[in-house]
Design a protein around this ligand. Structure first.
Ligand SMILES: [Zn+2]
Length: 134
């Protein structure tokens, strides 16, 4: 019988390994559903998330972070050129270094940081855990 082509999306998004203390000599139980911590000692089960989902999330986060770093560059350069006597509590308009910062720089920074948050929200979480019991 020929093997069917593998498709990651046909596999579980995440599976759980029972707590270490649940091993009574014949190994630990793998389960699609989180069985929760040990009733006796509270030791947690271990969640494993499918690698392709994690890799996709990391790529999204890396892209969002790169965009954020580019957006923050003008602000970082301005900060580096501030006079050492310019205290954190001083308004920036008093510093020549601030002259290079534009409204667009600030808007791009806000947008880029929002993209990082969206990428974090899209990362694998408990929402990937299937509801079906073992
Ligand atoms: Zn236990």
């Amino acid at each position: 019988m020929p093997c069917k082509a593998y498709r990651p999306e046909d596999d579980f998004n995440a599976i759980h390994l029972s707590p270490q203390c649940a091993d009574e000599g014949d190994g630990r139980l793998w389960c699609e559903d989180d069985q929760g911590p040990c009733d006796d000692c509270g030791q947690p089960s271990v969640k494993f998330i499918r690698a392709d989902l994690v890799e996709k999330a990391i790529a999204g986060l890396r892209s969002a972070l790169t965009t954020a770093q580019k957006a923050l560059t003008p602000l970082a350069e301005a900060a580096e050129s501030l006079d050492v006597n310019h205290l954190d509590s001083y308004d920036l308009w008093e510093a020549p270094a601030a002259m290079s910062i534009t409204a667009g720089n600030l808007r791009q920074t806000v947008t880029a940081l929002a993209e990082v948050n969206l990428a974090l929200d899209a990362a694998p979480t408990k929402s990937l855990t299937p509801d079906a019991p073992c």
